[in-house]
Design a protein around this ligand. Structure first.
Ligand SMILES: *[C@@H]1O[C@H](CO)[C@@H](O)[C@H](O)[C@H]1NC(C)=O
Ligand SMILES: *[C@@H]1O[C@H](CO)[C@@H](O)[C@H](O)[C@H]1NC(C)=O
Ligand SMILES: *[C@@H]1O[C@H](CO)[C@@H](O)[C@H](O)[C@H]1NC(C)=O
Ligand SMILES: *[C@@H]1O[C@H](CO)[C@@H](O)[C@H](O)[C@H]1NC(C)=O
Ligand SMILES: *[C@@H]1O[C@H](CO)[C@@H](O)[C@H](O)[C@H]1NC(C)=O
Ligand SMILES: *[C@@H]1O[C@H](CO)[C@@H](O)[C@H](O)[C@H]1NC(C)=O
Ligand SMILES: *[C@@H]1O[C@H](CO)[C@@H](O)[C@H](O)[C@H]1NC(C)=O
Ligand SMILES: *[C@@H]1O[C@H](CO)[C@@H](O)[C@H](O)[C@H]1NC(C)=O
Ligand SMILES: *[C@@H]1O[C@H](CO)[C@@H](O)[C@H](O)[C@H]1NC(C)=O
Ligand SMILES: *[C@@H]1O[C@H](CO)[C@@H](O)[C@H](O)[C@H]1NC(C)=O
Ligand SMILES: *[C@@H]1O[C@H](CO)[C@@H](O)[C@H](O)[C@H]1NC(C)=O
Length: 865
């Protein structure tokens, strides 16, 4: 707006000057009239005040007509200097004036335009003598590092129309705005960033300015806002910006007496509370309304429906509730930014105001032809998405329809070249996978009913694609995984879990050199793990569980994929030995090789798995890894826990159960002091439980059942104080059960059943003579202690407190059960979230810019300091 008024003034007062739109160069026409001698002297003196000289000062030569000098404008009839445009360059210190402002300016008696913005006046005061430049119409001192109190003398400039003092920071202050009373011609006033906290009567001063069109009091530390004015003088106002102050009141009444000419209202980030007044509906010229980041309550008033010129409606981050209806939004056909987030609003069709039943697709969207950011996630809509929606606007870049009950097919979207993020999570979309363009960055189609082959993917990952995140999990997709990953250089997450994909994992997967997570869990994949995967050295997570993979576990996993945190290969048909090379995975936190056909011994080098030797679990995964809000918001682990209670720490654990492993449990296992869960059940392990098992202090779940372990349970097991699940049943253990208070009170007989010769509580079998326990080759045991305390504890030892049962079950199900784990190394996750976050920011900014370039121009100038 500023620039419009600015040009208008030029055309009225400095008619002969023309100006480039960036406002930095004044160009002359051929002139016959020469400049005044005294004014040339004054300008030369003014120039001397500055330490550094702009390039254009070189044209300021004493022997030449000053009307020909750069940045000087004269009246073409009288020859008086009327304009000085000395705007500096914010981006370049060398192009900012530094020094003194000479009083010789006073000799330019006809000066009407003075722009000293974007210079560096090194925290001097605004000179009082400016108040004597009595012909001034335009004074721009913004972003020029002025400090101190605004001189009252400015109020003498009775012909001033534009006054811009913004962007000097809070070091520029005013005790009051009474001096404004003299500026009766003022049309534009921007005091953005000036500290006005001492002034409680600012509105009265503003009310003396009947010509005011634009008022900027952005971030002025204002607190006091009268609710009513007996008479509102400034009825010409078009733009009002009171954002970032500390108003703690309801939206004032006088706002609605200004008249219907208001075009923009910005009240962002105050503490306004109460209802959004219906009266906004009378402001039919309104183009932008920003009420975000306040504490407004209540509903979005129906009356807003009349604001058909509105392009920006932002009520985000308030306490609004209730229902936004079609009727309200249908007329807002020029809307480009609609921000309703972080309120408790729900969408509804006309008439159905109570329930979530049969909610229809919001038809008002049909009138939104230029939206580029569509987010109607979690809106309770369950309807078929109409065809017009998909071709709504070629501008759409971000489309989030997640967590609704949307149905229907998704058509070919490959012509939507700007679309780069789509999230359709948790709907009921069906039919074949849509076609996308290679411009996609994030594609999330999980938890729908898409079916058929994946062949459509190849278009999206063709040459020069940007794909970074692809999640197609939990659909009904079938057929092979296409062998067209050659250009997937940016892909970081590939999740095809829980579909019906068959055939081999294609070799071209090896081109995904940035891949961090490969999740193919629960499909029908068969064949060997492809050797090309060894090129994906960025991998942090591999989950190929619940498939039909065969062959051996490749040695190169341990040799090449050195960052691996999670390796899940359970429930396949893998055979052979557990390769020693896996011990080289220093970062490995979770290893699941259960339910395969692995044989041989457990390598004794397991003790060197470094991450498992250290206590503590430093990373988290989310059951619902597709919830990208997590990614968007999360900045660190603490934050994640707070924002997403369902985020669960990655359980450092090892599951080798249900294989054909034989030999002894390597004693080196006990150096894995960080391991929380160990499952070696259903193998053919022999020998004893490692005597030093008590060193695995973190252990919460230990399952050694269904093996051939023999001899006594080592006493040291009593020091596993975190243990909440223990299963030693179906072995050949013997001797009395160690029963410190902890162990006995937690675990019942089921933990020990079907052993050769175990005795004592919680089993009903009593211990007899010490000699009769164990085979002759068992290590010697201390039995006295056990026999003595056994009787005392028999009574309560039989019962298992329900708390522990449910805890153990919860643990087992939560952990080994249905598994979508995404666990990410922190720094990786950070980088990725950052990528995604900045991406979304960027898109959003672009939208806003598209809407209101002028607004942004003003704001950047305000933020200049
Ligand atoms: C003041 O100057 C700045 C550039 O320094 C410009 O962005 C702003 O629009 C000007 N203000 C007015 C009211 O013209
Ligand atoms: C002075 O400038 C005005 C506005 O551009 C123009 O109309 C007028 O002809 C000019 N006068 C002379 C003498 O050049
Ligand atoms: C203004 O001009 C007069 C001569 O017209 C001169 O005497 C005076 O010194 C000048 N003032 C300044 C501040 O340059
Ligand atoms: C300008 O304003 C000041 C203070 O507001 C006042 O004292 C002075 O008389 C006014 N007139 C001139 C010409 O400076
Ligand atoms: C309205 O503005 C005029 C002109 O500045 C002023 O005289 C009058 O007192 C103002 N009225 C109110 C109620 O402030
Ligand atoms: C706002 O005003 C209310 C009283 O109307 C008061 O309780 C509350 O603390 C105030 N908030 C702030 C941030 O000053
Ligand atoms: C809107 O304007 C009409 C006509 O000027 C007036 O009757 C009505 O009271 C206004 N509505 C509100 C809520 O101020
Ligand atoms: C929508 O606009 C039409 C025509 O401008 C108008 O008649 C109708 O009342 C408006 N609807 C609402 C809900 O304001
Ligand atoms: C999975 O795919 C096979 C053919 O590959 C088909 O016979 C089977 O019905 C599919 N299962 C489901 C649940 O779609
Ligand atoms: C889509 O919206 C949901 C729910 O508001 C959010 O959790 C998710 O992060 C969004 N997806 C993307 C890609 O921004
Ligand atoms: C982590 O997030 C919390 C909550 O959002 C925040 O308070 C804290 O400053 C953050 N810490 C770091 C190191 O970013």
């Amino acid at each position: 707006m500023g620039i419009i008024i600015f040009l208008q003034i030029l055309s009225i007062f400095i008619g002969f000057l023309c100006m480039e739109t960036n406002g930095s160069t004044l160009v002359h026409q051929a002139l016959e009239v020469q400049c005044k001698e005294s004014e040339r002297e004054a300008l030369l003196k003014f120039k001397e005040g500055f330490k550094n000289h702009f390039g254009y000062f070189s044209s300021w030569k004493a022997e030449e007509d000053c009307c020909q000098w750069e940045r000087v404008g004269c009246n073409n009839e009288t020859g008086h200097v009327i304009a000085l445009d000395l705007q500096g360059d914010k981006g370049a210190v060398t192009l900012q004036l530094q020094g003194e402002i000479s009083r010789s300016l006073l000799n330019l008696t006809h000066l009407s335009f003075l722009d000293l913005s974007q210079n560096d006046f090194n925290k001097i005061q605004i000179p009082e003598f400016f108040g004597s430049l009595s012909s001034l119409n335009y004074l721009n001192l913004s972003n020029a590092k002025f400090k101190g109190t605004i001189p009252n003398q400015i109020g003498n400039l009775s012909t001033l129309q534009v006054l811009d003092l913004s962007g000097n920071g809070f070091s520029l202050t005013a005790n009051n705005l009474d001096w404004l009373r003299g500026l009766s011609s003022l049309k534009f006033l921007d005091l953005g960033g000036v500290d006005l906290s001492k002034d409680s009567h600012w509105l009265e001063a503003i009310n003396m300015l009947p010509s005011l069109k634009e008022l900027g009091l952005f971030a002025c530390k204002l607190q006091n806002l009268p609710d009513s004015l007996s008479y509102v003088n400034f009825t010409s106002l078009e733009v009002l910006d009171l954002s970032l102050n500390s108003f703690n009141s309801s939206i004032p009444n006088w706002l609605f007496k200004i008249g219907s000419g208001l075009v923009e209202i910005h009240l962002r980030r105050n503490q306004f509370h109460g209802l959004i007044p219906d009266a906004f509906g009378n402001m039919t010229s309104l183009v932008e309304l920003d009420l975000s980041e306040n504490n407004l309550q209540g509903h979005v008033p129906k009356s807003l429906a009349t604001l058909s010129r509105l392009t920006v409606l932002n009520v985000a981050w308030n306490s609004l509730e209730g229902i936004v209806t079609d009727v309200q939004l249908l007329n807002l056909s020029n809307l480009r930014v609609l921000e309703l987030s972080s309120n408790q609003l729900a969408f509804d069709i006309a008439g159905l105001s109570c329930c979530n039943l049969g909610q229809q697709f919001p038809n008002w969207l049909q009138t939104q032809k230029s939206l580029s950011f569509i987010d109607i996630s979690k809106s309770g809509i369950s309807d078929i998405v109409p065809n017009w929606f998909w071709n709504l606007s070629p501008e759409v870049q971000y489309m989030n329809l997640s967590f609704n009950g949307l149905r229907g097919n998704v058509p070919d979207l490959s012509l939507n070249r700007k679309l780069s993020i789509i999230d359709l999570t948790h709907n009921r979309f069906s039919g074949s996978l849509p076609l996308f363009s290679p411009n996609m960055r994030v594609v999330i189609l999980s938890r729908n009913s898409f079916s058929g082959p994946l062949s459509n993917l190849c278009e999206m990952i063709s040459v020069n694609n940007f794909l970074g995140y692809l999640d197609l999990s939990d659909n009904l997709l079938s057929g092979p995984i296409p062998d067209c990953w050659n250009y997937g250089k940016d892909l970081e997450v590939l999740n095809l879990a829980r579909n019906n994909l068959s055939v081999k994992i294609p070799d071209s997967i090896g081109y995904l050199v940035q891949l961090k997570m490969l999740i193919f869990e629960n499909n029908g994949l068969y064949g060997e793990i492809p050797p090309s995967l060894k090129s994906c050295t960025s991998l942090l997570v591999i989950d190929l569980g619940l498939n039909k993979l065969s062959g051996a576990i490749p040695e190169w996993i341990g040799e090449n994929l050195l960052d691996l945190r999670i390796l899940v290969l359970n429930s396949n048909a893998l055979e052979g030995l557990i390769p020693l090379q896996l011990c080289q995975l220093k970062a490995l936190k979770l290893l699941n090789l259960a339910s395969n056909r692995l044989s041989g011994r457990i390598p004794s080098c397991v003790g060197t798995l470094q991450a498992l030797t250290e206590p503590g679990s430093s990373c988290y995964y989310n059951y619902d890894l597709k919830t990208l809000s997590m990614m968007h918001l999360e900045r660190n682990i603490t934050g994640a826990q707070r924002l997403f209670p369902q985020a669960v720490p990655v359980v450092k654990s090892m599951d080798l159960s249900s294989n054909n492993l034989s030999g002894e449990i390597p004693s080196q296992f006990t150096s894995l002091g960080g391991l929380l869960a160990l499952n070696l059940s259903r193998n053919s392990l022999t020998g004893t439980i490692p005597p030093n098992i008590g060193a695995m202090e973190a252990m919460e779940s230990l399952d050694l059942s269904w093996n051939e372990l023999s001899c006594a349970i080592p006493d040291s097991i009593l020091s596993l104080s975190n243990l909440s699940h223990l299963n030693l049943s179906h072995n050949k253990l013997s001797g009395p059960i160690p029963h410190g208070k902890n162990l006995l009170s937690k675990f019942g007989a089921t933990s020990y059943l079907e052993n050769q010769n175990l005795c004592g509580p919680p089993l009903s079998k009593n211990c007899l003579e010490r000699e009769s326990y164990g085979a002759p080759d068992c290590p010697k045991m201390e039995l006295q202690e056990r026999s003595r305390s056994s009787e005392e504890e028999t009574g309560n030892g039989m019962g298992i407190p329900p708390f522990y049962i449910s805890m153990a079950l919860g643990f087992i199900i939560g952990f080994w059960g249905f598994w979508t784990p995404l666990l990410l190394n922190t720094s990786w996750r950070h980088a990725y979230f950052k990528f995604l976050g900045s991406m979304i920011d960027e898109i959003y900014v672009r939208v806003v810019v598209g809407v209101a370039k002028l607004q942004r121009k003003l704001q950047s100038q305000r933020q200049g300091e």
